[in-house]
Design a protein around this ligand. Structure first.
Ligand SMILES: [Zn+2]
Length: 189
C-alpha cells in the first residue's frame, strides 16, 4: 500500500511536529539514498508518539515505526460506521493492535512483524478480505460467501458496523474525515 504509507507522514506532519529528516545509505540495497523522517505526533487523550518513517528511493524499501513516547495503558477504540463518509475515517493502526468487527464476526490479531500503518475503514475491510483469502489457501477451504459479503460491503458502503481497535500499547488512533462525525469512543482498559 505505497499510497497509504505515503500519506502517513503527511498526516502525522499535519497533526504533529517534524523533529528531523536525514539521509543515509540504505541498509538493504547498500547503495540507495535512505531518507529517515521523524515526526512527533500527539495522539488525542493518549499522549505523544514518535513516528519514524524510512524509505529508499533506489530499491523502494520502506518502513514506518511508531514508538510511544510515554508509557500508555491499553486502549480500545470503538468507531461506529453509519454513513458512506464514515468509511473514509482514517485509522492509524499500531503493530500492537487487534482489529475486530463484531457484526461480521471478524477478528484479526496483530502479526509478529506488523508495522504501523494508516488506512481507512474501507482499507480495514480489504485487509480482512486478504486475510480470508490467505486463510483459504492455508487451510484448503473455500469461503466464497464470506468473501462475496465483504466485497459487497466494500463496494456499497452502506452497511452499519463497528470497528474495534484493541491496542495493548494504546498507540492506535482514529481520525474522522473533515465534515463527518462518526461516533468514536476511546476506552482505557
Ligand atoms: Zn535501498
Amino acid at each position: 500500500m505505497p499510497e497509504e504509507e505515503g500519506t502517513l507522514v503527511e498526516i502525522a506532519t499535519y497533526f504533529g511536529r517534524k523533529l528531523g529528516e536525514y539521509k543515509t545509505t540504505c541498509p538493504v540495497c547498500e547503495r540507495g539514498e535512505f531518507l529517515v523522517t521523524e515526526v512527533e505526533y500527539e495522539v488525542p487523550a493518549l499522549g505523544p508518539v514518535l513516528i519514524v518513517s524510512k524509505r529508499c528511493v533506489t530499491c523502494g524499501y520502506r518502513r514506518n515505526d511508531m514508538i510511544p513516547l510515554r508509557s500508555s495503558r491499553r486502549t480500545r477504540i470503538y468507531l461506529r460506521v453509519e454513513r458512506p463518509e464514515d468509511y473514509r475515517a482514517k485509522v492509524f493502526r499500531s503493530p500492537f493492535a487487534r482489529v475486530i468487527i463484531p457484526e461480521l464476526g471478524l477478528d484479526l490479531k496483530p502479526g509478529a512483524a506488523a508495522e504501523m500503518f494508516v488506512t481507512n475503514v474501507e482499507g480495514i475491510l480489504r485487509m480482512f478480505l486478504e486475510a480470508v483469502e490467505k486463510y483459504e489457501v492455508l487451510e484448503g477451504v473455500s469461503l466464497e460467501r464470506l468473501k462475496e459479503h465483504l466485497t459487497s460491503i466494500i463496494e456499497n458502503q452502506v452497511r452499519s458496523l463497528t470497528v474495534v481497535i484493541d491496542d495493548s500499547e494504546g498507540a492506535s488512533v482514529c481520525v474522522p474525515e473533515p465534515g463527518s462525525k462518526p461516533m468514536i469512543v476511546v476506552e482505557t482498559v
